[in-house]
Design a protein around this ligand. Structure first.
Ligand code: GDP
Length: 298
């Protein structure tokens, strides 16, 4: 929680200050609810989650007979925890080998960085990892991944030319032959509006299924926490195209307002497997709802 708190310091500064203002004193009245609404909207929670939380907090306040603004904090924390709690579903790779994780996201979201962090995370649990350099649009991305793999003792399957789907197919076959535990399949960054690229990534998934019918076990979208309500649209479009099973929310250490998790929980719930809280290889945390709420408020 301490590392998470440190990572979230900027987010906490912003949200924490406005919340502290609210909980400062006085009694719970309509003005206070109005202010709370503004704070939640400003924190990127979106209209749906904000209205849901307001209603839920009001219910708690009346059930508990709360009068004092200071007591609102506990009610709000519980409401938020109940809302985002269902997103906490740690990745479970047991019993499947290789466990294939297909990565998707827009350029700059932090996909490459997150793949490195994930590889390190699994290696530290004694698992062997193989990377598929499926970002075949950018030669530099491939070279970057190969160099990274060499430094970190991770096998990288890449092709000079060829398409993303073929690289992923080869990687799964190689992982099976070598008894590797986890395949991290990179794909090129793409925007939800680039329809031909969205078709292309659907094909990557189909070809992965050809290599191993039960795969991909995880289709993971990497999402930048700083893009506010656009995150919802990205989740929606990638989910429709691929059937997302997990998310990584990156850059929560930056100026992100943090509320986007509530918006996702309300509008398009997909398990939030990990949060990124920095640029270094260790800055990846399995998502824990209670820790997150505590880090935001306390
Ligand atoms: P890609 O285009 O999706 O592969 O994005 P990259 O992995 O290259 O990341 C883009 C930038 O975001 C790089 O400068 C990363 O160091 C940075 N980045 C990625 N994840 C995080 C994070 O959790 N926190 C911070 N502060 N920066 C991050």
């Amino acid at each position: 929680t301490e590392r998470l708190k440190a990572g979230l310091s900027k987010t906490r500064d912003k949200l924490g200050k406005s919340l502290a203002g609210l909980f400062g004193g006085g009694k719970i009245d309509e003005d206070l609810y109005d202010e709370l609404e503004t704070v939640l909207l400003t924190a990127d929670m979106g209209v749906d989650a904000t209205l849901h939380l307001l209603k839920d907090v009001r219910e708690r306040v009346s059930l508990r007979g709360l009068k004092d603004a200071a007591e609102l904090k506990g009610a709000l924390k519980d409401s938020l925890n109940d809302l985002i709690g269902p997103l906490e579903q740690p990745l479970d790779i047991a019993g499947r080998k290789p466990y294939v994780i297909m990565m998707a996201g827009v350029n700059g979201a932090g996909k490459t960085t997150s793949i490195g962090k994930l590889a390190k995370y699994f290696q530290s649990q004694g698992k062997s990892v193989l990377l598929a350099a499926g970002d075949t649009f950018r030669a530099a991305a491939r070279e970057q991944l190969i160099a990274w793999g060499e430094r970190n003792n991770v096998t990288v399957i890449a092709q000079q030319s060829g398409d993303s789907a073929a690289v992923c197919f080869d990687a799964i076959k190689a992982a099976q032959a070598r008894g590797i535990d986890i395949v991290l399949a990179d794909t090129a960054g793409r925007l939800p509006t680039q329809l031909h690229l969205m078709e292309e990534i659907k094909k990557v998934k189909r070809v992965i299924q050809k290599a191993l019918p039960e795969a991909p076990h995880e289709v993971m979208l990497v999402l930048d926490a700083n893009i506010g309500q656009n995150a919802i649209n990205q989740v929606k479009v990638f989910d429709e195209a691929l059937g997302l099973t997990g998310l990584i929310l990156t850059k929560l250490d930056g100026t992100a307002k943090g509320g986007v998790i509530a918006a996702i929980a309300k509008q398009n719930p997909v398990p939030l497997r990990f949060v990124g809280v920095g640029e270094s290889i260790d800055d990846l945390r399995p998502f824990n709802a209670r820790d997150y709420v505590d880090a935001l408020f306390d």
